[in-house]
Write a protein that binds this ligand. Sequence first.
Ligand SMILES: CC(C)(COP(=O)(O)OP(=O)(O)OC[C@H]1O[C@@H](n2cnc3c(N)ncnc32)[C@H](O)[C@@H]1OP(=O)(O)O)[C@@H](O)C(=O)NCCC(=O)NCCSC(=O)C[C@H](O)C(=O)O
Ligand SMILES: [Mg+2]
Length: 360
Amino acid sequence: MRTAKDFFTPLAVGAPTPLREIPARPSRAIHFFDPGNEKMAAKIPAMVGTTDVLLGNLEDAVKAENKEKARNGLVKIGQETDFGPTQFWTRINSLDSPWVLDDLTTLVPAIGDKLDVIMVPKVQGAEDIHYIDRILAQLEAKAGITKPLQVHAILETARGVANIEEICAASPRMQGLSLGPADLAADRRMKTTRVGGPHPGYLVRGDAPRTDDGGFAYDAERATYQQDLYHYTIARMVDACVMHGIFPYWGPFGDIKDTVACEDQFRNAFLLGCVGAWSLHPVQIKIANRVFAPSIEDVTHARRVIAAMGDGTGAVMIDGKMEDDASVKQCKVQVELAEQLAAIDPELKDLYDAIETPEA
Ligand SMILES: CC(C)(COP(=O)(O)OP(=O)(O)OC[C@H]1O[C@@H](n2cnc3c(N)ncnc32)[C@H](O)[C@@H]1OP(=O)(O)O)[C@@H](O)C(=O)NCCC(=O)NCCSC(=O)C[C@H](O)C(=O)O
Ligand SMILES: [Mg+2]
């Protein structure tokens, strides 16, 4: 265990001083692209500013024979692109793969000053983060990098979920966690082949209607409701992240054509406290940008409550509902997020600015 005294000491001589607080930069969509796919790579410069995060993926979805091409493609994009307000992340190969060491020793010297966050897949426990933490410090020191790279872990094994607290607390580099539903389902031996999303077999069914003789018509038509297979894990992840001052994200939604269900999945995550989700296809960026921003109705209501609550103590009635010290805090969550997003998204700024500000 690292003592409190040592926690913020660089792990290599000459490495940058670790951050005391992870900056709350908007990251509604973490947009994945394969840097070795020429068609996709060519689109990246024009996508700057359209998504909060551009992530060059080197892990799953990149074929084994293309790993080197993807890595070199990422270096080229990193060196040639001005990312402006958009964050630049990468997902490296897993720690048990033969590619990860080359990923790190190539990327950090070449584009370590451009990268914001390194996403690490299949993290099992604090030991994985400690490994990454030390090697990043050594590479940063050698390359003369002045801004510490942040680390994002994907929660996609049962052991990772069981060790979630120690993963979040393992390093001051920890920026956040994403839920990886596909690998998690496989590792848990769940019986779904979907990449995220609900399942028609995982449901609750309405009660059987009564028969005239006081019994139940069990074979009558009854409403069923699909349930979210990952509800427990998302809630667990949000608590762990908030406790450690880092950020939770929903991962991928694989049914690209089903934009409606994708929006539902993202919205559930947003309502539970996640700050963003992965986008696998350009069509999912717009969904995430829309969903992970407070609605006009919520911002309007929140501003009314904040104005009516004055110093934030006591209780008032608004539209027949009680508001008090706790609900004003909920409202501040919405208004603060709206302000952060308005600062980087002119369209949202115009929408939020058009809301009539209530009298105090
Ligand atoms: C899913 C895809 C394979 C679909 O690609 P494609 O069939 O080419 O789609 P379209 O024909 O609709 O594409 C239209 C044009 O858009 C470009 N495109 C497509 N995707 C992207 C992208 N992500 N970024 C930029 N540009 C993109 C196409 O090249 C077309 O261009 P053009 O022909 O010039 O019009 C593909 O979208 C894809 O590979 N997406 C990324 C997949 C990925 O990263 N998967 C890994 C993350 S999920 C995961 O790992 C699971 C997780 O870890 C877990 O365990 O749960
Ligand atoms: Mg995965």
